[in-house]
Write a protein that binds this ligand. Structure first.
Ligand code: TYM
Length: 340
């Protein structure tokens, strides 16, 4: 009979730049909800993933990792109730990733759309790490036998690969060892789009800062970015159907709904017939009211970087205590001698 796995949540964010409103609405806000629901929650700043794409200036990477940790806590992650740590401090991730590199097939990796997007036309020049990225992500999750992984829409394919890796490992070794992780892609804002182009996702790596709202932006910057956000000249329609071919308008309505904790339909019921001249200032106020307190708390926490490092260290100790025995058992299943 298949073993029962205790419900356990794991998720991660790359500290490869400041966090955006997309990260907040699509991921971080959900992380807090899951923590507050009383589930066991493990959250990780994936610094090993952050070096797969572009070269990162070392001191800046350290700073961004601390800033991301501060953003988590400012958004409501409690490092006592949740485990909060940076990936490289728990070596089980990298060790299990190696085993998974030997389980995952090249054909599977070749289908990963994020690799194709990030590597672009010059795939020959992409790092081997970028190619193996989803295998490390599977190791992040399965090092904890995590059962639920809250993410935005863009990570769906990576989570399917995680299930494929778990299933192949279990099959190859004839043991139900790794769980079939459930992706949790829920809520209204699973894919927040760029403010400049409603067909592209809002991303910390977009060259244009105008394309995104950063969790570190002040109220004036947020208002200015929303004022300049691309839209059309039509008033807002009465139903979502009317936004079908209006990606920018749909995005702003979705962001409003996510910030207000309501549905896009309810937002349209309130604003139908109005133009962006009246909608945008209301959206800017709402965004500033959400982001403002987070930014203020981040600034307060960042004043004591040593304390953030201590919190990450304690989180890593707790994470290691869960991951180490699972890794040991994996080595044992695979046939590695463990005699020290
Ligand atoms: P990353 O760092 O790109 O993004 C972190 C989380 O934010 C979500 N997200 C968005 N959601 C809605 N709209 C957007 N515009 C938007 N942009 C980002 C992402 O879906 C993600 O949930 N590979 C992962 C990090 C990772 C991970 C893991 C996640 C590494 N190991 C294990 C879960 C479990 C990534 O690059 O996310």
């Amino acid at each position: 009979m298949a073993p029962q796995f205790t419900p356990r949540v794991f998720s991660g964010i790359q500290p490869s730049g400041g966090l955006t409103l997309g990260n907040y609405l699509g991921a971080l806000k959900r992380f807090v909800e899951m923590q507050d629901s009383g589930m066991e929650t493990i959250y990780c700043l994936v610094d090993l993933h952050a070096i797969t794409d572009k070269w990162q200036e070392p001191e800046r990477l350290r700073q961004q990792t601390r800033e991301a940790a501060a953003a988590f806590m400012a958004a409501g992650i409690d490092p006592v109730r949740s485990i909060l740590f940076n990936q490289s401090q728990v070596s089980a991730h990298a060790e299990l990733a190696w085993i998974f590199n030997c389980v995952a097939r090249l054909g599977w990796m070749n289908r990963m759309t994020q690799f194709k997007d990030k590597a672009g036309k010059n795939a020959e020049n992409a790092s081997l790490g970028l190619y193996a990225y989803p295998s490390l992500m599977a190791a992040d999750i399965l090092s904890y036998h995590a059962t639920h992984v809250p993410v935005g829409e863009d990570q769906k394919q990576h989570l399917e690969l995680t299930r494929d890796i778990a299933a192949k490992f279990n099959h190859d070794y004839g043991i139900e060892f790794f769980p079939m992780t459930e992706p949790v892609i829920e809520g209204v804002a699973t894919r927040v789009m760029s403010l400049r182009d409603g067909t592209k996702k809002m991303s910390k790596s977009d060259p244009s800062d105008q394309s995104r709202i950063n969790l570190s932006d002040d109220a004036d910057t947020i208002a200015q970015k929303i004022r300049k956000a691309r839209t059309d000249a039509e008033p807002l329609p009465e139903a979502m159907e009317g936004l079908k071919d209006r990606p920018e308008a749909r995005n702003l309505v979705t962001i409003y709904a996510a910030l207000a904790g309501t549905t896009p339909e309810a937002v349209l019921a309130e604003f139908a017939g109005q133009g962006f001249g009246s909608f945008k200032p209301r959206l800017a106020d709402l965004a500033a009211a959400t982001v403002g307190p987070i930014t203020a708390e981040m600034t307060r926490l960042m004043a004591d970087p040593a304390e953030i490092d201590r919190i990450l260290g304690r989180g890593a100790d707790r994470a290691d205590a869960i991951a180490r025995p699972i890794l040991q058992k994996t080595y044992d299943i695979v046939g590695m001698i463990r005699s020290r």
